[in-house]
Design a protein around this ligand. Structure first.
Ligand SMILES: Cc1cc2nc3c(=O)[nH]c(=O)nc-3n(C[C@H](O)[C@H](O)[C@H](O)COP(=O)(O)OP(=O)(O)OC[C@H]3O[C@@H](n4cnc5c(N)ncnc54)[C@H](O)[C@@H]3O)c2cc1C
Length: 381
C-alpha cells in the first residue's frame, strides 16, 4: 500500500476491511453496545489485520497510505452502522496518531507510533473540560514548569477512548495570561502517578465507545512530554481540527448511505393497505429526496477529500462539510426512522441505533453553531 494507490487497489483494501468487519466486529457488536464498551482485544486484532494507522509512514508501522485510503476503515464501520467503533477508531488512528506524527519529536514518534499501529498503545485527546468545550481558550487545566518537569492539574470530560487509552494528549494552560497563546499540549502516559480516569459515561448513543472524565492531580511529566512548542498548542489544535472535521463529515455521509440502503430494503418489504409501503407516493418521494440529499453531500466531501490531499482545503470548506453533512445525517436518519413506523423506535432495529448515534455528530469536533461561526467569518470577510 502506498500514497499513490490506484482506485482498484483502494477497492481491494475496502473489501478486506469489509471482511474484517463482518468477521470480527458485527457478530458481537450488540453485546458490546449493551456492555457499553468493546473489548480491548479488538484494538490488537485491528492492529494485527493492518487496519490501524495505515497512513503512518512505514518506518512507524503504517503503510504510508493516502488520507483517502486510510479513511476507508472508518467509512465502512460507519456505513455498517457500527458508529461506536468508528468513533473510537477515528480518534485513535486519524487524530491522535497524526498529532504525534505531525507535531511530535523524533523520540515521541519512536516511543508511540509503531505501538499505536499495532494496537499496543491506544490514544485519546483531552481538550474539553467540565466548564468549557467550544471555547478552548477557556481551559483551566494548568501545566506549571518545575525544574525539568511540568506539573499538570485539572480535569477533562467527554474523552473518547477514556477507558482504553494508554496515552492521552492533554491541552493545558502554560501561560495563564496568554489566552489562545498560552496553551500547550502534553503526551501523558496513563500510568503516570496522579492521573485518574473517571467512570465510563452513560450516553444516549455510541454505546460501545468508551467516554470518560479524566483527573490530573499533580501529574508530573518531563519537559520532553510536550507535544509541539511551548504556548503553541492552540495552533496545533486548529491545524489538526481540519482533518478531524473532514473525517466527521465523511462519517456522516457513510452512516447515512448505510441507513438509507437499509431503509430502502425495509420499505420494499413492509406492507400496508395490501402493498409494500415503497409503493406509496409519499415513501417514494421521501426516498428520492433523501437519496438526492446524500448524493449532493457525497459529491462535496469527495471534492473536500481531493483538496485535503492537495493541502488546499480551506477552513470555510471543511466547516461547511462538517456542518452540512452532520445536519443532513440528522435530517435523513430521522425520516428513515419514520418510515420504519413503530419498529423504528425499537432498539433492535439498526435505524433506532443510527438515530441516537447520529445526534452527536452535530456536537463533537465543533458544534454546528461553531461551524456556522467559522463559515460566517469567512463569507462575510
Ligand atoms: C460522545 C462525545 C465524545 C466526545 N469526545 C471528545 C474527545 O475525545 N475529546 C475532547 O476533548 N472532547 C470530546 N467531546 C466534547 C465535544 O467536543 C464538546 O462537547 C463540544 O465541543 C461542545 O462543547 P460543550 O459540550 O462544552 O458545549 P458548549 O460549548 O457549552 O456549548 C453549548 C451550546 O452553546 C453553543 N455555543 C457555544 N459557543 C457558541 C458561539 N460562539 N456561538 C454560538 N453558539 C455557541 C453550542 O453550539 C452549543 O449549542 C466529546 C463529546 C461527546 C458528546
Amino acid at each position: 500500500m502506498t500514497a499513490t494507490m490506484s482506485a482498484s487497489e483502494i477497492t481491494l483494501f475496502r473489501d478486506n476491511v469489509k471482511r474484517f468487519i463482518t468477521e470480527n466486529v458485527s457478530p458481537d457488536f450488540m453485546q458490546w453496545e449493551k456492555a457499553e464498551i468493546f473489548p480491548r482485544t479488538l484494538w490488537n486484532e485491528m492492529g494485527e489485520a493492518g487496519l490501524l494507522c495505515v497512513d503512518l509512514p512505514e518506518e512507524f508501522g503504517g503503510c504510508g497510505a493516502s488520507f483517502r485510503c486510510a479513511s476507508v476503515v472508518a467509512e465502512e464501520l460507519s456505513r455498517a452502522g457500527l458508529a461506536g467503533v468508528a468513533t473510537s477508531y477515528a480518534v485513535h488512528a486519524y487524530i491522535v496518531a497524526n498529532y504525534v506524527l505531525n507535531s511530535g519529536s523524533d523520540k515521541q514518534k519512536q516511543k508511540y507510533l509503531a505501538k499505536m499501529a499495532s494496537g499496543e498503545c491506544i490514544g485519546a485527546i483531552a481538550m474539553t473540560e467540565p466548564g468549557t468545550g467550544s471555547d478552548l481558550q477557556g481551559i483551566i487545566t494548568t501545566a506549571k514548569a518545575v525544574g525539568d518537569d511540568y506539573i499538570i492539574n485539572g480535569s477533562k470530560t467527554f474523552i473518547t477512548n477514556g477507558q482504553h487509552c494508554d496515552v492521552v494528549i492533554v491541552a493545558a494552560k502554560t501561560n495563564e495570561q496568554g489566552g489562545a497563546k498560552g496553551l500547550s499540549l502534553f503526551l501523558v502516559d496513563c500510568d503516570t502517578k496522579g492521573f485518574q480516569r473517571g467512570s465510563n459515561l452513560d450516553k444516549i448513543g455510541l454505546h460501545c465507545a468508551d467516554t470518560s472524565e479524566m483527573f490530573f492531580d499533580n501529574v508530573r511529566v518531563p519537559k520532553s512530554a510536550m507535544l509541539g512548542k511551548l504556548d503553541k498548542g492552540f495552533m496545533v489544535l486548529m491545524n489538526e481540527l481540519q482533518r478531524e472535521r473532514l473525517s466527521l463529515a465523511i462519517g456522516s455521509v457513510c452512516a447515512t448511505e448505510g441507513i438509507l440502503a437499509e431503509t430502502i430494503n425495509y420499505v420494499k418489504d413492509r406492507k400496508a393497505f395490501g402493498k409494500p409501503i415503497a409503493a406509496l407516493q409519499n415513501t417514494r418521494f421521501k426516498i428520492a429526496e433523501m437519496a438526492t440529499d446524500v448524493r449532493i453531500h457525497r459529491a462535496f466531501i469527495d471534492q473536500c477529500m481531493d483538496n485535503y490531499e492537495k493541502a488546499t482545503l480551506s477552513i470555510e470548506d471543511v466547516s461547511m462539510a462538517k456542518y452540512a453533512c452532520s445536519e443532513m445525517q440528522g435530517r435523513v436518519v430521522d425520516y428513515c426512522l419514520q418510515l420504519h413506523g413503530g419498529y423504528g423506535y425499537m432498539t433492535e432495529y439498526p435505524v433506532a441505533r443510527a438515530f441516537v448515534d447520529a445526534r452527536v455528530q452535530r456536537i463533537y469536533g465543533g458544534t454546528s453553531e461553531i461551524m456556522l461561526e467559522l463559515i460566517s467569518r469567512s463569507v462575510l470577510a
